[in-house]
Design a protein around this ligand. Structure first.
Ligand code: MG
Length: 403
């Protein structure tokens, strides 16, 4: 900063990159102090160009000249600056800015973001990995492999979501798509856990993701049927459109429920938490607007005995994974962290990507979020605009379905 000049946002850049073939959106907020900038994750991989336009065309001019230390004020004013709000594109755009501002604040303070949030409650975050398999034997081998690597939490999925399209009884002329059979899938889940528990016992936490693939009443039945297998949680049993059904699941089973990766609006999560209808909140932090709303959500959950399990797939950049972990380390009510296993290439493009050892994810303790981006290298792996085929889901009779 020159002389006594106040700290200001000098520029905002959107960086689109896909080192692992997954389109990532990273935001760089630059200040008038040479070398002082922040990075944030704004990844909405299926609509990354729309997020980039929201940042470049609307938020960049809105932010230039503002004081980057005023995170709360910037978040609130940016959120209402479009009047219409709480959609995934604009939330992701604001998240990229918001995380970058927390990164800057940490760098100015000389502290990791978890220290700004109250300090560590734990040294590292327990993570869960995804074990799957076309056969139960394959799945069992993958579960055992993860256990041997020190993972204490393992998500089990068997054979996709049921059935092969060529074996389905589809009508003539049925449209192309990613077909699945919800009934075959629902019947397979209790059988899968019967097998896995009989092989590995109960000394490991097992999880499962329904991915909102079944009818609501089937989700009620599954939650009941899975009780004997003592899941750590059952994820996304219902779609955000069917939230009223959570009460029925709760009334009929004690299987712990995790929900929220598709949430974008506070009124989706507040009633579930307030009425104690879920056990874990697992929002995609960039899809709800960044660290600022996520830390408030974590505190709200703490008051109601709900734990956190933030969404952590491959379509979150390492900057976003670090943001998850800063909250994990500083939240009393942290539950578990989803971990996708970044490639070596991702680690080179994003120096400082968190590391996992013995089933725990560690941050590097550097000021801010602690993750950097090699922009020149990132440019060698450009994002590609292609239709994600898995989102074109259909039921066996050809009807469009939720992916
Ligand atoms: Mg999920």
């Amino acid at each position: 900063m020159a002389g006594n000049e106040a700290l200001r946002i000098r520029d905002v850049k959107t960086i689109l990159t896909a080192p692992d073939g997954i389109n990532l959106v990273v935001v760089k907020v630059e200040t008038n102090e040479p070398g002082l900038y922040g990075l944030g994750c704004a990844t909405f991989t299926q609509r990354y160009l729309a997020v980039a336009a929201a940042i470049d065309e609307y938020l960049r001019p809105f932010l230039i000249g503002k004081d980057p230390s005023r995170i709360e004020d910037i978040w609130q004013t940016a959120m209402v600056s479009s009047y219409w709000r709480n959609g995934p594109v604009l939330n992701n755009a604001i998240s990229g800015i918001d995380m970058a501002l927390w990164d800057i604040k940490g760098k100015v303070a000389g502290m990791p973001v978890y220290d700004l949030l109250g300090g560590k409650c734990r040294e590292a975050a327990a993570v869960y990995r995804h074990a799957d398999g076309a056969t139960l034997q394959q799945l069992e081998e993958n579960v055992i492999r993860y256990r041997e690597q020190g993972y204490q939490y393992i998500r089990c999925q068997w054979g996709g979501y049921g059935g092969k399209q060529q074996a389905m009884h589809t009508p003539e002329g049925a449209a192309a798509g990613a077909y699945y059979d919800a009934d075959a899938y629902a019947r397979s889940v209790p059988a899968m856990f019967e097998h896995i528990r009989s092989k590995v016992g109960f000394d490991v936490e097992l999880l499962h993701d329904i991915h909102e693939r079944v009818a609501p009443i089937e989700a009620v039945r599954l939650a009941k049927q899975l009780e004997p297998y003592r899941l750590f949680f059952l994820e996304d049993p219902l779609a955000p459109e069917d939230l009223e059904w959570f009460r029925m699941i709760r009334q009929q089973s004690s299987t712990p429920i995790a929900m929220g990766e598709l949430f974008v609006h506070p009124q989706e999560w507040v009633p579930l938490i307030q009425n104690r209808l879920i056990d874990f909140i697992r929002c995609h932090i960039s899809a709800i607007g960044g660290l600022t709303p996520a830390r408030k959500l974590a505190v709200l959950c703490e008051a109601f005995g709900v734990r956190t399990a933030w969404h952590g797939p491959g379509d979150v950049s390492p900057v976003g994974h670090a943001a998850n972990l800063h909250l994990d380390l500083s939240s009393l009510n942290f539950g578990v962290q989803e971990w996708y296993g970044p490639s070596e290439l991702i680690r080179v493009v994003f120096p400082g990507t968190p590391e996992v050892r013995g089933g725990f994810a560690y941050l590097n303790g550097k000021p801010g979020l602690g993750v950097e981006l090699d922009e020149k290298l990132a440019a060698k792996y450009p994002a590609v605009n292609k239709l994600p085929a898995w989102t074109l889901a259909r039921r066996p009779d050809g009807t469009s379905a939720r992916p």
